[in-house]
Design a protein around this ligand. Structure first.
Ligand SMILES: C[S@@+](CC[C@H](N)C(=O)[O-])C[C@H]1O[C@@H](n2cnc3c(N)ncnc32)[C@H](O)[C@@H]1O
Ligand code: SF4
Length: 384
């Protein structure tokens, strides 16, 4: 059921409030410095505003309590959430405790150079169940190119401490297609990543984003074929080591898929709070504006933070669901998502060995997952 409510969006439009979502993203934007490839909503410096920021986030959660149901997943992302220190994260999780399911997955993104054993123990005690450590690479040259602060040794120490702290899942993030990254660099990263014995690996292709230091330096992405070879090598090595390749860029030991991210990929409703946070619920996509000072001032004054709301029509949602679903090893549930724009292409792609149909489910074959965008382009009119 939906009820009309004032959103406080610029221009003051009335939009329906979604049925309560079971997934909450909290953006914690503080960073010690901006890495060379990063285009996220981040603020460097001004750490004296962290208590005010957490108080403002708690106010936003209270303001939006009608949108937030019993939470199955909470994701604290950044920014560098671990710069908030465990006591502020504990304060936030206490404020959410009444709406958090008993078996909820609570993830924190952690920068390895910002955590030690005592802090990881404190995060575990505060109710964090899953930690995702930003490694990006283990090769000093690559880390330098990315302007990363954590060394390979700090990543390894953080994984050991996280294990000792007893998190349900410990994961790392890595990058490939970094300008200047050689095949030997990649092999080194694969070997060290596997030696860590983590439960989850996200291995993203680096995007050179507008406005980043990498872009300003004129860094060129590697040749497309080299990037494709690197990707294939990563998939082969991780699957051979027992990881499930469950999403285009994500690998998990059995039982360790990221439930929060699965909610995004299956287009489940989710609420985003904090500066720059994005959420989609009830057919509406809401984006909070960046700017910690404005955010804190608005919430302190009892106002809603600046944000924009976009209504997603049924075709846009259906296309998004297809695009996201094709990234998953489990594929698309057509009984929930609806047909593609070109259903006849399903037969052609099936005959060509690019997809399999299993009841209402459509899944790409292993080889088609390497050319997923081309396959998706045969099924859907994404430019429409
Ligand atoms: C929100 S970010 C940052 C989390 C944390 N602050 C860190 O630096 O590790 C989460 C992940 O997105 C990935 N990422 C960030 N910028 C990217 C880019 N330009 N291209 C591809 N992946 C990127 C990185 O692997 C990163 O660990
Ligand atoms: S990559 Fe992570 S640590 Fe670096 S600026 Fe972006 S959010 Fe901060």
């Amino acid at each position: 059921m939906t009820t009309p409510a004032h959103t406080g969006a610029p221009g003051g439009v009335d939009v329906p409030v979604a049925a309560p979502a079971r997934h909450l993203y909290v953006h914690l934007p503080f960073c010690a410095h901006r890495c060379g490839y990063c285009a996220f909503v981040v603020e460097t410096g001004g750490l004296d505003r962290r208590d005010d920021y957490i108080a403002a986030v708690i106010c936003e959660v209270e303001q939006r309590c009608a949108e937030i149901g019993v939470l199955d997943t909470i994701y604290l992302g950044g920014g560098t959430p671990t710069l908030m220190r465990p006591r502020r994260i504990a304060r936030l999780l206490r404020a959410l405790a009444d709406r958090t399911a008993r078996a909820a997955e609570v993830t924190v993104e952690a920068n390895p150079e910002t955590v030690d054993g005592a802090q990881l123990d404190a995060l575990r005690a505060a109710g964090v169940t899953r930690v995702s450590l930003g490694a990006q690479s283990f090769r000093p040259r690559v880390l330098e190119r990315l302007e990363r602060r954590a060394t390979a040794e700090q990543v390894e120490a953080a994984v050991r401490c996280a294990r000792r702290a007893g998190f349900d899942s410990v994961g790392i993030d890595l990058l490939f297609a970094v300008p200047g990254q050689t095949a030997a660099d990649l092999e080194g990263d694969i070997a060290r990543a596997l030696a860590l014995g983590v439960d989850h690996v996200s291995w993203y292709e680096l995007e050179i984003k507008p406005g980043t230091a990498l872009e300003r330096m004129g860094a060129a992405p590697p040749d497309e074929d080299d990037a494709a070879d690197a990707y294939e090598r990563i998939v082969d090595a991780l699957t051979a080591a027992g990881f499930e390749w469950y999403e285009t860029a994500n690998f998990a030991r059995p039982g360790h898929r990221a439930r929060h991210n699965m909610a995004y990929w299956t287009a489940a409703d989710h609420v985003g709070v904090g500066v720059g946070a994005v959420g989609t619920a009830g057919g509406l996509r809401r984006r909070n504006a960046p700017g910690v000072d404005r955010y804190v001032a608005a919430l302190r004054a009892g106002r809603e933070p600046a944000h924009a709301v976009e209504a997603l029509d049924a075709d846009t949602r259906r296309r998004e669901r297809w695009m996201l679903g094709l990234r998953l090893a489990d594929g698309v549930d057509t009984s929930r998502v609806g047909p593609p724009d070109h259903p006849v292409a399903l037969d052609d792609l099936e005959d060509a060995g690019m997809l399999v149909r299993d009841g209402a489910r459509v899944r790409l074959t292993h080889r088609a997952r390497f050319v997923q965008n081309a396959v998706a382009g045969r099924l859907m009119d994404f430019a429409a």
